[in-house]
Design a protein. Structure first.
Length: 99
């Protein structure tokens, strides 16, 4: 499984890179704040919504701690999608969040 740290992800965002970030937490968790520009697809819907993701670009998958995003990353990789797990998830995120 491909991984990235939250610090590395934050550096890429701050350098102006346009990234595809998918937040797989539950709706009530996302309400507490998510990474600006992230798309919310709860883990329980990832299998039926995977077709919303293109296969030609990487997707950074984030959850609360990195466990659920790891499962989502594994599944998406099996579907031919370039998925990268964000290690530590939102618990390790030090950057800006939006509600």
């Amino acid at each position: 499984m491909k991984t990235i740290t939250t610090d590395e992800l934050q550096e890429r965002i701050e350098s102006g890179e346009q990234l595809n970030i998918i937040d797989v937490r539950e709706t009530e968790e996302v309400a507490a704040g998510m990474i600006p520009g992230a798309k919310h697809i709860p883990l329980g819907e990832i299998d039926i919504r995977a077709d919303e993701l293109g296969s030609g670009e990487p997707y950074y998958i984030v959850c609360r701690s990195g466990a659920r995003s790891g499962r989502a990353s594994d599944f998406l990789t099996e579907q031919g999608i370039d998925a990268i797990n964000v290690e530590g998830g939102m618990l390790a995120w030090k950057g800006e969040t939006i509600a």
